[in-house]
Write a protein that binds this ligand. Structure first.
Ligand code: SAM
Ligand code: FES
Length: 343
């Protein structure tokens, strides 16, 4: 075994310069993926957990420079799902074997704290064996606490980049890395299972930014880590920047699996968009989660974070069975399970 990879597997860490080598260089890739896969199998066998993604609003008050649903994109037709529409997605999902529902959206103040609490309470009372994951951006600690008390189990909030300068280059002035990090610490303190992560290849990202991302995750010790390639969107200020590097993203998935053997790492939609076999390859590199879409098909195209986003035409059942086949072809199996972290 390559000695760097052996050290990484045994110590779950490497010095910065060694991380840089295995992130940048393709020559170690095959062995890296195979070691990451064996570590994943030690912790999760061949199980892949599914999360039912409900993209319930594409309104957003933020203006992140990379994001297709940013406030200033006038070309997006905005939509919101009401409580009953969200519950209908959950019902369909439950019947298909989903035991986690992920409520994701832009930062949309139309939904008050109370409205979100009510939605959480209702989902949990109807499906007490399911987990509710929220992914609706930065809020106060009090709000996070209220949603936790209402029954929310998990929260996804990618830190996006752990480098202060880089953060400023890809976000508007009013958004601060410091606050993003504070939100993550608040969520942890409250008791949520927390997910963070970053885009690979976002404009102005350097190898040092990626090292800072790894170091920040080591501090935070999240349960879930979502990474995917940056993909450009034609109606954003970053429309002419190149997409992130697919293979570098796979290498980072494998590295994260070795640093955090127990973590829940999705093979993301962005990975499936940049390469038709992207999610299968992500699983083989150490990912153990897929997130089929449960949102109503009529709104799917309107939640276009980047150009050519996949899975915008299939009904939930089709989306799940397509993923089931893909997961199987990669050598794993989708299970009906709430899919908590196995620390
Ligand atoms: N508003 C919530 C938040 O800020 O966490 C959740 C929705 S946001 C659209 C979900 C994630 O999409 C972001 O954390 C970001 O990493 C990812 N994303 C947005 N634009 C993207 C792009 N152009 N390419 C790849 N990923 C993107
Ligand atoms: Fe708000 Fe992307 S800018 S979700």
């Amino acid at each position: 075994m390559n000695h760097l990879l052996e050290i990484l597997r045994n110590n779950r860490d490497l010095p910065d310069d060694d991380f840089k080598i295995i992130i940048e260089e393709e020559q170690y890739e095959e062995e890296l993926f195979s070691i990451a896969d064996s570590v994943r199998r030690q912790h999760y066998g061949v199980d892949v957990y599914i999360r039912g993604l409900i993209e319930f609003t594409n309104y957003c008050k933020n203006n992140c420079l990379y994001c297709g649903i940013r406030r200033d994109n006038q070309h997006v037709k905005r939509y919101r799902l009401d409580k009953n529409e969200i519950l209908a997605c959950c019902k369909q999902g439950y019947e298909l074997g989903f035991r986690t529902f992920v409520l994701q959206g832009g930062e949309d103040n139309y939904f008050t704290d109370e409205m979100i609490s009510e939605i959480i309470t209702e989902i949990k009372s109807l499906y007490s064996d399911c987990a509710v994951t929220l992914s609706i951006g930065e809020r106060t600690k009090e709000t996070y606490k209220a949603w936790f008390d209402a029954g929310a189990d998990r929260y996804l909030l990618r830190h996006e980049t752990a480098n202060e300068e880089h953060y400023k280059k890809i976000h508007p002035e009013c958004l601060r890395l410091k606050n993003r990090k504070k939100c993550l610490w608040d969520l942890k303190e409250i008791g949520y299972q927390v997910g963070s992560g970053f885009m690979v290849g976002s404009p102005f990202q350097t190898i040092d930014c990626l090292i800072e991302d790894i170091r920040f995750l080591q501090e935070l010790q999240p349960d879930m880590i979502g990474i995917g390639p940056f993909l450009s969107h034609k109606q954003t200020p970053f429309h002419s920047f190149p997409n992130g590097d697919f293979h570098k993203c796979l290498r980072l998935i494998a590295i994260l699996r070795l640093i955090f053997p127990y973590s829940l790492i999705p093979a993301t939609t962005a990975l499936g968009t940049i390469n038709t076999q992207g999610r299968e390859m992500g699983l083989k590199a150490g990912a153990n989660i897929v997130m089929p879409n449960l949102s109503p098909v009529k709104f799917r195209k309107q939640y276009e974070l980047y150009d050519n986003k996949i899975c915008t035409n299939e009904e939930a059942a089709e989306c799940k069975s397509c993923l089931e086949k893909r997961v199987q072809s990669a050598g794993y199996r989708i299970v009906t399970d709430v899919g908590h972290v196995r620390r």
